[in-house]
Design a protein around this ligand. Structure first.
Ligand code: 9D3
Length: 244
């Protein structure tokens, strides 16, 4: 899969992909990441990418011409690239969106800046508009990094064997259970006994219980929106009883 990122701040991306799982995926040729400077697609002397909004008002708007030129130049070798605009008006980017993108060959990410982009870009150039959450950021660059990271992890072969499918399939929508490592006792704080006695059936049961309890307290929306197995339904009912 190939990502093309269009931005007025290409330098921001210099190091973020040079570590961990994304780096490994790039080195294994599972993913390619090209970063493009939007100003390279301007033709005027000032390399202008923004202008004042028609109708007046505060802030600047990203001009359509450089964005159309950039996307057309970047995708002229392919018929099927998904063109994604990162914007606060987008649909929420979620694990399901990441899965959807991971199945594609080419994804072009346009990083918005200023007050927004000319609406003709949204209507006639972009196939998908996504936001990473309901908080105000300064532009689409960090969201683009989030998308690349979340999608790359899902490309087959990107995760090490011991991490892979099994654990990720639990993305069924519960928060993770608590984790402990050595020392078993730290400043008088003890690791739960169940994790130390080697009874793996007991450990699994404890972890699932803790995951359900934590999800119930912190993210009840995840439980409500989720299909539960009969076993999980029983666990949930019991967790609810203990909770109140
Ligand atoms: C005054 C109205 N604001 C819209 C909510 C203006 C505005 C805020 C932030 C315009 C652009 C931006 C820049 N943000 C993004 O480009 C962005 C973003 C975000 O701010 N939050 C979550 N996801 C994203 S994806 C792109």
């Amino acid at each position: 899969m190939r990502f093309d990122i269009i931005t007025i701040f290409p330098q921001i991306f210099k190091e973020v992909f040079d570590f961990g799982i994304v780096r490994r995926a790039v080195e294994a040729n599972l993913v390619r990441i090209h970063v493009h400077d939007l100003r390279d697609y301007t033709y005027d002397r000032h390399r202008q990418v923004d202008d004042r909004p028609f109708g007046g008002g505060a802030g600047m708007v990203m001009k359509p011409e450089p964005l159309f030129r950039a996307v057309e130049a970047i995708t002229n070798d392919t018929a099927d690239a998904k063109v994604v605009l990162l914007s606060p008006q987008g649909r929420p980017f979620a694990q399901e969106t990441a899965r959807e993108y991971a199945a594609l060959d080419r994804v072009v990410l346009i990083c918005g800046r200023y007050e927004g982009v000319d609406e003709r870009v949204v209507e006639d150039l972009v196939n998908d508009e996504v936001s990473i959450g309901d908080y105000v950021l300064s532009g689409g660059e960090i969201p683009a990094m989030v998308v690349v990271d979340a999608v790359t992890r899902l490309i087959p072969g990107a995760l090490g064997c011991e991490q892979s499918a099994e654990r990720e399939s639990f993305v069924g929508g519960l928060l993770d259970h608590p984790h402990y490592t050595r020392p078993a006792e730290f400043r008088g704080l003890k690791t739960p006994e169940v994790l130390l006695n080697g009874n793996h059936a007991e450990i699994e049961k404890w972890r699932r219980r803790k995951a359900i309890e934590k999800t119930l307290r912190r993210r009840p929306d995840l439980i409500l929106n989720r299909e539960l197995s009969d076993e999980e339904r029983r666990e949930l009912d019991e967790a609810k009883r203990n909770c109140s």
